[in-house]
Ligand binder design. Structure first.
Ligand SMILES: [Zn+2]
Length: 171
């Protein structure tokens, strides 16, 4: 059986800034009011014969939204982003967040931002496509700790009404 959670109606939203390095128009810092729809298929189980408890799905998804909300989303593994004093192959992403100021360049454009204003993601882009994969994998990992009979977790990250990307994580 399948369960569906509607992001607008369940308040699974976040407002963030991002940019798509190298893209003609999206290469500039701009923002979206995102919302996140979730679809989970699996066997019903346990005392209440749920696929998953809605409270868990909404709680875990909201936690990811809250982490991204009101921040600039930075895709650390984007080839065009060059960080100062940070080796993408060796250094931990967590060390960036702790920095007072993070310096990086994109095609010669220089950025200096407070670490606390940013979320550093282990992704090549912060497109709807990559964010949906990030949400689906994070959510699937978390739900798998409790639920053993799920078939897939699919997440659609919408950049606004009528524009989103869905990623399905098979379990
Ligand atoms: Zn955008």
């Amino acid at each position: 059986m399948k369960i569906l959670v509607n992001g607008i109606q369940s308040n699974l939203r976040f407002s963030s800034a991002h940019m798509i390095p190298g893209h003609e128009s999206c290469g500039y810092i701009h923002g979206h009011s995102y919302f996140v729809d979730v679809e989970i298929e699996g066997e019903r189980s346990g005392e209440f014969q749920f696929v998953v408890d809605f409270k868990d799905v909404k709680g875990y998804t909201k936690a990811i939204c809250d982490e991204l909300d009101h921040r600039l989303l930075i895709p650390v593994y984007n080839d065009l982003i060059e960080f100062k004093d940070f080796d993408k192959k060796k250094d931990s992403i967590f060390s960036l967040k702790k920095r007072h100021t993070v310096h990086f360049k994109v095609n010669g454009k220089g950025y200096s931002l407070p670490g606390v204003d940013c979320v550093f993601l282990p992704l090549p882009y912060t497109s709807a496509e990559e964010l949906s994969r990030f949400f689906a994998e994070t959510l699937a990992r978390k739900l798998s700790e409790t639920y053993g009979s799920l078939e897939y977790v699919a997440v659609c990250v919408n950049e606004g009404i009528g524009q989103g990307a869905e990623y399905r994580k098979e379990l």
